[in-house]
Design a protein around this ligand. Sequence first.
Ligand code: RIB
Length: 297
Amino acid sequence: MTHETQPTLAVVGSTMIDLVAYAEVLPEDGETLLGEKFQMGFGGKGANQAVMAKLMGAEVAMVNCLGDDDYAQMYRKNFADYGINTDHVYTAPGASGVAPIWVDGQGHNRIIIIPGANHALTAQQATAAIEALAPLQVVIGQFEIPQEVTAAGFAAAQKFEATTVLNPAPASALCPALLAVTDWLIPNEHEFALLAGSEPSDTALLSFATQTATRLLVTLGEAGVALAVDGEVIRLPTTRVEAIDTTGAGDAFVGAFAYGLAAGLAPVAAAQLGMDRATDSVTKLGTQSSYAPLSPR
Ligand code: RIB
């Protein structure tokens, strides 16, 4: 059944200013190469997911910490332009998060994140924010802020019966306290390999979903997605397109999928929404700049 009112969703997560260099071939150690173009944009896995959920039609609040630099002011304006609630976007002394990114001629990326103020968000702030924003249908988290902070936000969310969605990116071990308050776990195949220690075969998916007591969805790039839910594996293929920049495609998926869940869609229908938005995003440059303001199907 779908919700008749606007779905409400919060992201406890990161903001980064993306500094993206595009070059046909990326440099080797000690090499200098001529690139094609440079683009500065708004990124961070958390903020990207928040923007996509907002573009899909959700009411979205961001829970985050920015620095006290010019990037922070730019980011606040960006959130305001999208109509994202920033009542719980705090300020800490020092630099905001930045992400130098290299994208090659095939659209593949390499990213370094410098978290800066993202790591100043506290568990107390995350808890208070979610309590103030409740009721919410869905709360999303990632690994670009400390896991104990996300765990605090998720614990508060579950008290109000919100569904928690964890995108364990960038790849890292998952702390038990955060896993305990995670309903949906959405790694890509590399993150799944690190967490589960295996390829995403049907057996491995079912076993990891049981072991973690989560609803599991693994994104597989051009191979689509695999869901392990209620003892069954469902694989959904994706549409092939010519990719020019894959940066932020995973976040487009998570934001649109979470919107779908918040809107009351079944997981497979929500995953299809996510794949549509992720596929569209890889045909355009940048992260948030590649997200088209489309309505859900
Ligand atoms: O997933 C893409 C994002 O990862 C980029 O926007 C960058 O900021 C890093 O967080």
